[in-house]
Design a binder for this molecule. Structure first.
Ligand code: B1M
Length: 215
């Protein structure tokens, strides 16, 4: 549909107000909220995710497009709830204890949202216990831990240990990332997934959620 194509294009350009207007228009035209979300908003953000992954665009463009997506989703929220549209899964995200860097974590969060996942953002300086408590309370599919300091990466191992001690390890996948983190570190602490950019993190989280909640 032309209006959804236009919405997607405007979202990629970060034209938030125009995106909101088009969401209103599409609802008034009787287009189903889920179709507006998937073909207008998420499809636009998927293009941004791919471009970011391929280094064709940079952090500011992603943030501007994500703002347009967030505003469009806010306009759509009530209609989605009325239609009983469910999120594809739930992710808990945060920057680990001792670490206050949140730019990368926020990018991952936006990309997760752009895949249609519910994201519980615990912010920065998050302890292993807080990650696991939030995962248990929200029946999360995946815990996403970000770290930018070599001195704080160790908290990721504690997330794995606390999840095991609390008996939720078999129910939740643990994904790690951030500049000092690597696949070998991920393997060494017994986490499930490492990805080196926000778009790949969202792709992996979506796969985890789809495996947990087959359509
Ligand atoms: Co800090 N800092 N900083 N800093 N800072 C670094 C990380 C550092 C490399 C700078 C340097 O020395 N060259 C260095 C770490 C050295 C080390 O540990 N080896 C460092 C240091 C030392 C510090 C302080 C200790 C400095 C001091 O006070 N003496 C201090 C620590 C404070 C604390 O956390 N307790 C500190 C403070 C700060 C600021 C507050 C000033 C600010 C943070 C602001 C904020 O985040 N709100 C800051 C910044 C901005 C940086 C640099 C310059 C940029 C980090 C960034 O945002 N990059 C950084 C140097 C650098 O990287 N050039 C540096 C952009 C962001 C998009 O990338 O977060 O890597 P990134 O995210 C990427 C991927 O890693 C991935 O996705 C993103 C891209 O797609 N990703 C994931 C991230 N999380 C993921 C999770 C996933 C998957 C992928 O799955 C769950």
């Amino acid at each position: 549909m032309e209006i959804l194509q236009e919405m997607s294009t405007l979202l990629q350009a970060g034209r938030a107000k125009k995106v909101v207007e088009l969401v209103k228009q599409a609802l008034a035209d009787g287009i189903a909220p889920q179709v507006i979300m998937e073909e207008g908003l998420l499809s636009g953000m998927a293009v941004i995710g791919e471009q970011f992954k391929n280094n064709e665009i940079y952090v500011p463009e992603v943030l501007i497009a994500a703002r347009a997506m967030t505003m469009g989703m806010a306009e759509l929220k009530d209609a989605l709830a009325r239609d009983g549209v469910q999120a594809k899964g739930t992710a808990v995200i945060g920057t680990v204890k001792g670490d206050l860097h949140d730019i990368g974590k926020n990018l991952v969060k936006m990309m997760l949202e752009s895949k249609g996942l519910t994201v519980i953002d615990l912010g920065v300086d998050v302890s292993a216990e807080a990650f696991c408590q939030a995962a248990a309370e929200n029946n999360a599919d995946v815990i996403c831990c970000s770290a930018l300091l070599t001195t704080t990466m160790g908290e990721m191992q504690r997330v794995v240990e606390v999840a095991t001690a609390q008996g939720i390890r078999s129910k939740v996948k643990i994904m790690v990332g951030g500049a000092p983190v690597s696949q070998s570190f991920c393997d060494s602490i017994g986490a499930d997934f490492y990805t080196n950019d926000a778009a790949s993190a969202a792709d992996a989280a979506l796969q985890i959620c789809l495996a947990n909640h087959p359509a």
